[in-house]
Design a protein around this ligand. Structure first.
Ligand SMILES: [Zn+2]
Length: 390
């Protein structure tokens, strides 16, 4: 049951807030839906005490890549399922809407959600209307710079970047021209590009080489599906990182997991990680088709990264401070701030043996699970929705 509470005290939890260099037993006091105090052994008479002993308290988790236009095609999912229903307070749609649908997205999705919903506008006017297997950038008329600029300027509060499908299937005969146009748009509007790599949907098309894609990216742009096993990924035929990938990372291009139905492969992940390339962001690429597995939710995806060798603190940093930076929202998201509206996740970390499953049904042994306990926004405390988590 969700609860409405103006004044409450989260008591006894382990607070991990990497942006504030905090990791320890700290209570969090919320007054009128705003963070009033963070400290050891806080007491507040008259405040409802929420016992979070043996639980993890973090700044509200951020899932930076999902498909949230509920009802759209096979994928669009209600944002509150992967959002507050999964212990996550901010979710970001990756390109469901092109410029023509942006107002619909805003009115129908963002304004109706209990979760904060941000948006990457699709470079293609078609966005996700046709599904991912179509050549949505192959006709040059499907990119309308003037209309995209208008849509971005009118919706800066929710738009965090431009989504581009950098696959042979999506680009078709246009080749890399859409990337060139996206680059110009990103520069003019001063927003990052979010680029999908990996030929997971259109296997009959010649894949685009990741080195060619990276030529168009700058510091702050994001590559999603970094652990994809499909053609067009970060590794060459010998399992080595393409040299352009290292160069891009060093120049400040960010890397996101984007688990999804197709794009988290543990063998690829091990090879990429062994060569020293780490993710900046962790995301589910959540949609209607992967909620019941292999993705489930962001906490489960974080637990899979722990099974790959990351610490709890590292995966929390990815889903809070790093995610906020990736979205260009470090000034408002990703850390607990006194005086700001409460935006908090509470998680349970348990020692339990389980098998983490990737997008190709590969498994690795995992020793810890992360499950959501609460997502808190202002005066509302949301309990997670049921899910068949592993
Ligand atoms: Zn996606």
């Amino acid at each position: 049951m969700n609860q409405q509470l103006a004044n409450f005290l989260l008591k006894g939890g382990r607070l991990i807030d990497p942006a504030a260099s905090r990791d320890g037993l700290f209570d969090v006091c919320v007054r009128n839906g705003k963070i009033d105090a963070i400290g050891e052994n806080l007491t507040s008479s008259g405040f409802t005490v929420i016992d979070v002993k043996d639980q993890i308290v973090t700044p509200g988790l951020i899932d930076v890549h999902l498909h949230l236009m509920k009802g759209l095609g096979a994928f669009g999912v209600d944002p509150d399922i992967f959002g507050v229903g999964s212990g996550v307070t901010t979710v970001v749609d990756a390109g469901s809407a092109g410029h023509t649908l942006l107002n619909v997205f805003r009115d129908y999705v963002t304004n109706n959600a209990k979760t904060r919903v941000l948006n990457y506008i699709n470079l293609s006017t078609l966005g996700g209307v046709s599904g991912p297997g179509y050549s949505i950038l192959a006709d040059p008329r499907l990119i309308d710079e003037a209309k995209i600029e208008q849509a971005v300027e009118a919706n800066r509060d929710i738009i965090v970047g431009i989504k581009i499908m950098a696959t042979g299937g999506a680009l078709g005969a246009q080749g890399l021209k859409p990337l060139e146009r996206a680059r110009k748009l990103g520069d003019e509007l001063n927003i990052p590009l979010l680029v999908h790599i990996g030929e997971s949907w259109t296997k009959d098309s010649a894949p685009v080489h990741v080195g060619d894609v990276l030529k168009y990216l700058r510091a702050g742009d994001i590559v999603t599906h970094m652990f994809t096993v499909h053609p067009g990924g970060l590794l060459d035929g010998n399992g080595k990182l393409w040299p352009q990938v290292r160069d891009a990372k060093e120049s400040g291009v960010l890397m996101d997991v984007g688990h999804g139905l197709h794009n988290l492969n543990f063998d690829v992940a091990r090879k990429v990680l062994d060569q020293g390339l780490h993710p900046d962001g962790v995301s589910t690429d959540g949609h209607r088709g992967n909620r019941a597995g292999p993705v489930y939710d962001l906490p489960t995806t974080m637990a899979k990264l722990m099974a790959l060798g990351f610490t709890l603190k590292q995966v929390i940093e990815m889903a809070t401070a790093n995610a906020a930076r990736l979205l260009g929202r470090s000034n408002e998201l990703g850390t607990l701030r006194i005086g700001a509206a409460a935006d908090i996740s509470v998680l349970k970390l348990e020692d339990r043996e389980w098998k983490a499953v990737d997008s190709q049904k590969g498994t690795i042994p995992a020793h810890r699970t992360i499950t959501p306990v609460y997502a808190i926004r202002g005066e509302t405390i949301y309990e997670p929705l049921p899910a068949e988590r592993p």
